[in-house]
Design a protein around this ligand. Structure first.
Ligand code: DON
Length: 585
């Protein structure tokens, strides 16, 4: 304990000459009551009591062990949490090609230990040549061109975002931070079982395009044990390391990207790449039972929908016990209502007026909560009309990083589907996103995730497509960092992230239990309460049916990667549904 305290002091002293002096987080741990052991239903897959990784100084939790190690390496060599997060981001582009790719986009929420906060929107935008109905056929029917192939891509934002975050908050040179990724691409990585599974699953799509030769030579996906060397990607990363974002958006990488897009009849142009800019936004700040939440504002719907959900839940003074029918009723009702607002009212604030203040206000939540009937589900169709009259005047990967001073980064990045549109940029070595499907490609009709969205999210050139990504940072009632969390899983990102927060704050679970607990999902339409297998006790399921819920078993959970403060340091945990590693120093 004494050594640990000394080490923290030494690291803090070493850093003090380069950054404003800040106090490391309280070593006595967060200002929250003791954790308690949850009861999960019989037959539930992930038992309570799993052990999280612990480290006294810094912690990374990501979807892939070598990428996690890259983040730890950067912190050990003097980088802060933002340097480490950017190192993880570029490393994932090498080791986790299905989602951690530079051909996509994402969001980052940052909280520095001196109290500064920032939200970075590096979401893709619609190309300048995009049109509202570009994915409909001549009979007005939706096609799959927003999902597969060269037309499906928005203008990538990841490189501009990572570079901007590192420049504003990092302490090291970009080239230092990118070194682990370049090394992994050049020297190669051994395909592990997670990568092997993902390549086996995606080989049919990958093989339709240029990535087939690398990832599935002769049609056979690389199997565990094979070495994956990515020379083209290494060259691209070197170009970015030496020229910053220009190395991607101008020059030979941009030429390769545009050439590939043109070859397949897509529309992303040099002009689109030249114009792309990430946007710094104010974090969306809210409170939940005395804790502070820092989340992502639009163009992601994540922060607004998580906030509205928690505000509705907060109107219930003490939530019913975890796993009870009453608990799932109030949880599902909150999600259903927050998703109705999400699906209709949210979009890129540069193009549509988004009523953020209203949707995230406690007063609005109280009114919405009044539409929840005791012991009875309300059909979405009925609620849609009710919420309208309440209007007042107005494949993805998440990683969480914390350093020894308590600087924290939550970032979620995506290609959308796995692995994006399937299109791979020859010569430059990366997959392109199929993020255009996150627009309402035909308002009122479901997208890839079954989300039915409205005009606010219709396609317009230069517009960001609405996202569910919800990178979130939670401060304890004393204002100190408690939790860094987020997930992948389309709309289930919102329900996954908020259930972990509720499990920790209301149900007082440990981080591992909060992430292992069974999850449910409601997104308004389809109007059903989705749950994981064996997630709900059969008697509880009967009660929910009697309340009028249509229950459906299926993909109800996203996959989260989180870090939480505990006495003496940090715990990191990987969702048991996900691949990856949490590790620190
Ligand atoms: O931005 C969004 O909401 C989606 N493109 C996220 C997709 C996703 O999480 C897929 N991963 N499993």
């Amino acid at each position: 304990m004494k050594n640990r305290a000394l080490a923290i002091t030494l690291v803090a002293a070493a850093l003090a000459c380069r950054v404003p002096a800040v106090r490391p987080p309280n070593p006595d741990g967060p200002a929250v009551a003791a954790r308690s052991a949850p009861l999960f239903p019989a037959g539930w897959l992930y038992p309570p009591g799993a052990r999280a990784a612990f480290a006294p100084h810094g912690m990374v939790s990501s979807n892939e062990p070598l990428a996690t190690a890259a983040g730890v390496e950067i912190m050990r060599s003097g980088g802060n949490a933002v340097d480490a997060a950017v190192a993880v981001g570029f490393a994932l582009a090498v080791t986790y090609p299905e989602a951690g790719n530079i051909g996509g986009g994402g969001y980052m929420v940052i909280r520095m230990s001196d109290g500064r906060t920032a939200a970075l929107d590096y979401r893709e935008v619609a190309p300048l040549a995009a049109t509202r109905d570009m994915y409909l056929d001549s009979a007005g029917r939706m096609t799959d061109r927003s999902i597969v192939g060269h037309l499906a891509s928005g203008v990538p934002g990841s490189v501009a975002g990572l570079v901007a975050a590192q420049r504003r908050f990092g302490r090291l040179a970009l080239a230092e931070v990118m070194a682990p990724a370049i090394r992994l691409a050049e020297e190669g990585v051994v395909v592990d079982s997670a990568l092997g599974r993902s390549l086996a699953r995606d080989a049919p799509l990958i093989s339709r395009f240029e990535g087939g030769a690398l990832f599935a030579p002769g049609g056979a996906p690389l199997a565990p044990g094979a070495r994956l060397v990515q020379r083209d990607l290494a060259r691209t990363l070197r170009e970015i390391a030496s020229r910053g974002a220009d190395g991607f958006y101008r020059g030979w990488v941009a030429d390769s990207l545009v050439a590939e897009i043109r070859r397949g009849g897509g529309i992303v142009s040099h002009e689109d790449l030249r114009r792309y800019r990430p946007v710094w936004r104010d974090v969306l700040r809210s409170t939940y039972r005395g804790f502070t939440l820092l989340t992502m504002p639009p163009s992601s719907s994540g922060g607004v929908t998580v906030t509205e959900t928690l505000n509705i839940l907060e109107t219930v003074p003490a939530l019913p016990p975890f796993g009870s029918a009453e608990y799932y009723h109030v949880l599902a009702s909150a999600y259903q209502r927050a998703f109705i607002d999400r699906n209709e009212k949210l979009g890129d604030p540069a193009f549509v007026r988004v009523p953020i203040a209203t949707l995230t206000s406690k007063e609005y939540a109280r009114k919405v909560a009044q539409t929840i009937a005791a012991g009875r589900a309300t059909p979405t169709a009925v609620l849609e009309t009710k919420l309208r009259t309440l209007r007042e005047g107005d494949e993805t990967t998440h990683y969480s990083v914390v350093d020894s001073l308590g600087n924290a980064v939550a970032t979620t990045t995506t290609l959308n589907g796995l692995p994006g549109s399937g299109v791979w940029v020859r010569g430059a070595g990366f997959f392109l996103n199929n993020e255009m499907d996150d627009f309402a490609t035909q308002p009122g009709m479901p997208n890839m995730f079954g989300l039915v969205q409205g005009e606010a999210n219709a396609i317009q050139p230069g517009k960001r497509m609405l996202s569910a990504m919800s990178p979130t940072i939670v401060l304890d009632p004393a204002g100190e960092l408690l939790l860094v969390v987020g997930a992948r899983g389309g709309p289930r990102i919102i329900t996954t992230t908020s259930q972990i927060v509720v499990n920790i704050i209301d149900h007082r679970m440990t981080l591992a239990d909060a992430m292992s607990a069974p999850r449910v999902h409601h997104q308004a339409l389809p109007d059903s309460l989705r749950h994981e297998r064996n997630a709900i006790d059969p008697a509880v399921a009967d009660s929910l049916r009697a309340m009028g819920y249509g229950l459906s078993q299926g993909a109800a959970a996203g996959q989260a990667h989180a870090v939480m403060r505990v006495r003496g340091g940090w715990e990191g945990f990987v969702d048991p549904r996900a691949s990856g590693a949490a590790s620190g120093y």
